[in-house]
Design a protein around this ligand. Structure first.
Ligand SMILES: Nc1nc2c(ncn2[C@@H]2O[C@H](COP(=O)(O)OP(=O)(O)OP(=O)(O)O)[C@@H](O)[C@H]2O)c(=O)[nH]1
Ligand SMILES: [Mg+2]
Length: 231
């Protein structure tokens, strides 16, 4: 898949102010500074589309971008950043939690993990939260340019060892580097496949073709207990 247009749509402080659910969405989540905004720019092929910073906790809103006029990438605030106004940080964390649990047109989440680090408790806790809340996700191990391939593989193996008992089948695992541009086609391929699958599913129930929403109705999802957030 190629990206012919990538446009900033809006920054939303909470789920209610996100745009309508008419287009499929793919969201990036992970620890502050893991490289979510950089990955978004790299996939979109547009430097500076999402703002990147060496300062952790930089992205503070739900930032939404429309690709090819037909689907969206969503840059979420990271977790694990303790500094800053506590009131704001809990508000944004709540917004992320609501977005991940209730956004009906959310097709797939990219859970970003730093490939240069051994398993971090906060990432493990967050992945457990994704599993408990039935959020559909794949893993993306970022910044592969910062470690040797052997270190990257060892860190991925150590991470999957810690979580394998939570799954009958592990989610797909990808690696990327915004610096060397490694992994772009694989990640765009996942998005492409995911949209093709939705189209096929919807064509079987509605002859009109692709229409979000793609997840359970929010009423049904809201009945689940509001499980504690780890971040
Ligand atoms: N070497 C290297 N640095 C990267 C890569 N991706 C991002 N960075 C750097 O890591 C820092 C954080 O990148 P961001 O993309 O802003 O990270 P983020 O996850 O959006 O961070 P928050 O918005 O604070 O949650 C920046 O200094 C980036 O230049 C990568 O693949 N390789
Ligand atoms: Mg960011």
């Amino acid at each position: 898949m190629e990206i012919s247009s990538a446009i900033f749509d809006c920054s939303s402080p909470d789920l209610d102010s996100c745009p309508d659910e008419s287009l499929p969405e793919f969201a990036f989540i992970g620890r502050s500074n893991v490289g979510k905004s950089s990955l978004l720019n790299f996939l979109a092929g547009k430097d500076g589309l999402a703002r990147v910073s060496p300062t952790p906790g930089f992205t503070k809103l739900i930032n939404i971008f429309t690709m090819n006029k037909t689907w969206r990438l969503v840059d979420l605030p990271g977790y694990g950043f303790a500094e800053g106004a506590k009131k704001d940080s809990s508000r944004f964390n709540h917004a992320v939690s609501q977005y991940l649990k209730q956004r009906t047109n959310l097709c797939l989440v990219f859970a970003l993990i730093d490939s240069g680090l051994e398993p971090q408790e906060i990432d493990l806790e967050f992945v457990e939260w994704l599993v408990r809340n039935a959020v559909p996700f794949v893993f993306v191990f970022t910044k592969t340019d910062k470690a040797t391939p052997a270190m990257v593989q060892a860190n991925i193996a150590a991470f999957t060892d810690r979580i394998s008992e939570w799954f009958e089948q592990l989610p797909a695992i990808f690696t990327c580097s915004a610096t060397t541009e490694q992994g772009r086609q694989e990640l765009l391929g996942v998005i492409d496949e995911s949209m093709t699958a939705i189209q096929a599913e919807q064509a079987s129930v509605s002859p009109e073709g692709l229409q979000a929403p793609v997840r359970k109705a929010p009423e049904a999802r809201k009945k689940r207990p509001d499980l504690a957030r780890p971040w």
